[in-house]
Design a protein around this ligand. Structure first.
Ligand SMILES: C[S@@+](CC[C@H](N)C(=O)[O-])C[C@H]1O[C@@H](n2cnc3c(N)ncnc32)[C@H](O)[C@@H]1O
Length: 276
């Protein structure tokens, strides 16, 4: 597995196909998902960006991998002039229908685009966001380089994503569980990796939070439409997982057997594209 990038064009296309197939089939579920629609991380994301930039009113903002459009909606409600992009046409259509109802006057623009190749001019945005999506990207380093390119000087990237433990074996175990649930999961990375890549891209971290998001196993599996075969393998893998993986994905105490809940560790990173 390449380290956050370095895939050739065929491999990148294969990863994109896998994400499109997965999210075309599950688009509506992501519009209605409580975790995506109502997570309090959305308010904290807007707060952290505002703490850096001041009011977002009238500022051009890009939400990458918008999914059901929840982050785009939060930006629009904060007054930003929002462009929402995503790789999956069905997801964009679902987000557009969602925002037409939730914020009919917001004027959000929808653009089909891969995170690794954004079809926007350099410096076009003051804010770029990306929430709960980067673990699907073929090339997260290319995404960060693109985010940096489209940001105006002094602009900020607000990135939220599920992360992995720093321990390599535990991270591998955790990502194996994720891929059984959703084959378009590429990799969740430890915070240290994201910070290194942000630095390489010329983005300076100005705010970092980590928190746990508890989930019902059943709801999590149904949202991704995990096949019966993969679900059985995933449950067996969770039950037999080594202690560090169980502790990370289940709870500090772990659950005896047949877990019904799990949790994700999540990073909220705000990084600046240099001084204004
Ligand atoms: C879980 S959803 C995103 C949730 C959303 N950002 C929110 O805040 O509710 C993941 C999205 O990532 C998109 N995606 C996956 N790989 C992508 C890529 N390489 N470029 C752009 N979008 C991608 C999928 O189409 C899907 O809509």
């Amino acid at each position: 597995m390449p380290d956050g990038g370095g895939r050739d064009a065929d491999d990148r296309a294969r990863v994109h196909d896998s994400a499109r197939t997965q999210f075309a089939a599950t688009a509506e579920a992501y519009v209605h998902s409580a975790i995506h629609a109502a997570g309090d991380d959305l308010a904290r994301l807007i707060e952290a960006i505002t703490a850096r930039l001041g009011s977002l009113a009238g500022r051009p903002a890009l939400d990458v991998a918008t999914g059901g459009g929840h982050t785009a909606l939060a930006l629009a409600r904060a007054g930003a002039v929002v462009t929402a992009s995503d790789l999956t046409p069905e997801m964009l259509a679902a987000a557009e229908a969602h925002l037409r109802e939730a914020a009919p006057d917001a004027g959000v623009r929808f653009v089909r685009a891969a995170a690794e190749g954004l079809p926007f001019d350099g410096g076009a945005f003051e804010v770029v966001t990306c929430r709960i999506a980067a673990h699907h990207f073929a090339d997260p380093r290319a995404f960060l380089a693109e985010a940096r390119r489209v940001l105006a000087p002094g602009g900020v990237l607000g990135l939220i994503d599920n992360i992995a433990p720093e321990d390599v074996a535990a991270a591998r175990g955790m990502n194996d569980v994720e891929r059984l649930r959703d084959p378009s999961h590429v990799e969740a990375y430890p915070v240290s990796r994201w910070l290194g890549w942000a630095g390489e891209a010329g983005l300076e971290p100005v705010h970092l939070e980590r928190f746990w998001r508890p989930k019902e196993l059943e709801t999590w599996l149904r949202r991704a439409r995990t096949s019966a075969e993969n679900e059985a393998a995933l449950r067996a893998m969770l039950e037999a997982a080594p202690a560090p993986v169980r502790r990370y994905l289940l709870a500090p105490s772990g659950e005896a057997s047949a877990p019904s809940r799990l949790r994700h560790e999540v990073m909220l990173l705000v990084a600046s594209a240099g001084p204004v």
